[in-house]
Design a protein around this ligand. Sequence first.
Ligand SMILES: *Cc1c(COP(=O)(O)O)cnc(C)c1O
Length: 362
Amino acid sequence: MKENRIHNFNAGPAALPLPVLEEIRDSFLDLNNCGMSVTEISHRSKWFDDIINDAVVRTKRLLKLDDRFHVLFIQGGASMQFAMIPMNFLPDEKTADYINTGTWSTKAVKEVEIQGKKVNIAASSEDKSFSYIPKEFQFTKDAAYVHITSNNTIKGTEWASFPDTDGVPIISDMSSDFMSRPIDMDKFGMIYAGAQKNIGPAGVCMAIIREDMLEMVPDTLPSMLKYTTYSSKNSMYNTPPCFSIYVIQLVTKWLEETIGGLDKMEQLNKAKGDLLYGFIDSSDFYNATAERDSRSLMNVTFRLPDEDLEKKFIEEAVENGLGGLKGHRSVGGCRASTYNATGIESIEALVGFMKDFEQKNG
Ligand SMILES: *Cc1c(COP(=O)(O)O)cnc(C)c1O
């Protein structure tokens, strides 16, 4: 089974740790001697309670969250959060600041506008095709919150440190770098992440929300669109996405017990980034597209001398067991997504292939 697994550079859904997949396989017909699969048990059972509680406890330990933070599981992906955030946290008379660093931020802004609420673009990197993270911001005094996208999956940029917002809570879409490094949660009112990039299968979004934020949630919202419904019911007001939550539990266990926490995870991700960007920088054939100080450790975007070569590169990579290297359809080029579960051996294989390809075609 192991032998024909490829080096997986998919952007999302993306690679999961092999030990996690093996554990899913081994316990799939009979979860913890209960005689049923995780997909067959009640979400009100003790078995599922143990799963969701363990996922929450491990998340809190990994991110060093104190008691003020709620860990929630919500369906609808990160895209649903684009709409729920202004519904819950942006009163009509207030303004929210958004920093626009690419497609996902742009979509988040659109959802505020649809609701007819006030949004201020505090900074944007659109002038240079979103190839960098802005350093100067025009924040609104007394903004309800500042929304950022910590990692821009499509353009391959990532915030190295977070802006000073003078006490205004930052809300970050961390879909593609969640749990890839430690985070100082002091500045954040909320972080959220669609699971399918770094922590699990599609079908669930994790949201971590600070207690005081929940006081802003209007009573008038429909139950399923209100964060307080999730926080007061341990994310089980209705049937949660049980299987996805189960896999997240296994991934957080892998992060704690096999990797050794987020400091370790960050070291591994940095080593991977050094290897891949180091090689790209040493070559005249490959060109990284993100500005150096804004480079993502999760999505490495690069170009070859022309589009025909890129097409050939992606095809031959697949023949060599390296998958998912095509850039997002909106931007073209190449992209290697190097999430937590993609190990250094995959980066070594990629760099080996890139050298070879350059020699033959450069
Ligand atoms: C993939 C992605 C999204 C969209 O996630 P869905 O779960 O498909 O809604 C949003 N933001 C970022 C940063 C992403 O990478």
